[in-house]
Design a protein around this ligand. Structure first.
Ligand code: IPD
Length: 277
């Protein structure tokens, strides 16, 4: 009977996933609504509802504040980071995981003033882990202080990355050869959880020593950037230059030595900046 139950459950899961391949009219499971830039860039009704809920709740309290929200941008809003107080929101980071029930999804919220991040919150919902950091006040996981591993030897590192949603040949060959080059160094492990925000928070906990990613967006990593920095980590562009939230390239690491070691190995493929029309 175990096998029967299992077959039935598998069938239900397959049916659910099949039903998510089209623009569903009913609200079944709040699942897939449409594809965005590629077959791996998904949006669900839940993404849209969570973003609307967050923006309207914050706007009620702070009517002058501005927003950069993943789904508002997908709906045509421009990405404009000005000196005004701005909330940068990813309502569900890890939407592919969410659709497949792979248990790493997060809500990511950062708040900037004068283009500087004042605080960031990443809530890893299934794990019930709340990461937060405020500029100058440290980083915390469920209220307990966080600290990066402090590792300086790249050969002893666990490195987290993402394959991302880009599927063109150049992106794929660059991403896979980056992983090969790191494995040949060698590093001790390469991991991917399917959510940039949670990946990056692993560096803040010391569970991973570095994270790099090319092709993510500012809303994926705005909050986790301040969490890593406040946990004592280093954040830079993949070419070793200063971190630029709009460039769609990031390295976060336990030390400058490790960050520079990753920058020497990793190559980027061209991505349109987030704030480029
Ligand atoms: C995605 C996730 C994924 C990363 C993609 C992102 P989304 O965000 O962070 O890990 O590889 O580049 O777009 O679309 O699930 O919010």
């Amino acid at each position: 009977s175990g096998t029967k139950t299992c077959n039935k459950l598998q069938q239900n899961t397959q049916d659910d996933k099949k039903n998510t391949q089209i623009d569903i009219k009913n609200k079944q499971n709040g699942f897939l609504k449409m594809l965005k830039s590629s077959p791996a860039d998904l949006v669900t009704e839940t993404d849209q509802q969570v973003e609307k809920m967050l923006i309207s709740a914050i706007r009620r309290k702070y009517p002058q504040h501005r927003f950069i929200g993943e789904e508002s941008v997908a709906a045509g809003e421009a990405v404009e980071l000005t000196d005004s107080p701005t909330w940068i929101i990813d309502p569900i980071d890890g939407t592919v995981n969410f659709v497949h029930r792979f248990p790493f999804v997060a809500v990511s919220i950062a708040f900037t003033v004068n283009k500087q991040t004042e605080f960031g919150i990443v809530y890893s919902c299934v794990e019930d882990k709340l990461f937060h950091a405020q500029r100058g006040r440290g980083a915390y996981l469920n209220g307990k202080p966080l600290c990066v591993s402090g590792q300086t030897d790249i050969h002893r590192c666990v490195v987290v990355t993402e394959i991302g949603a880009e599927r063109d040949d150049l992106a794929l060959s660059t991403m896979t050869s980056n992983i090969c080059r790191l494995l040949r160094l060698p590093v001790q492990g390469v991991r991917a959880l399917g959510t940039a925000a949670v990946d990056m928070c692993q560096v803040a906990t010391g569970g991973a020593d570095a994270y790099y990613h090319i092709g993510m967006h500012c809303w994926d990593i705005a909050a986790s950037t301040i969490i890593v920095l406040e946990a004592g980590g280093v954040v830079m562009d993949t070419d070793g230059s200063e971190f630029d939230m709009m460039s769609r390239k990031v390295i976060a690491a336990s030390s400058s030595a490790v960050a520079n070691g990753i920058a020497q190995v990793v190559q980027a493929f061209p991505c349109r900046r987030d704030n480029e029309a």
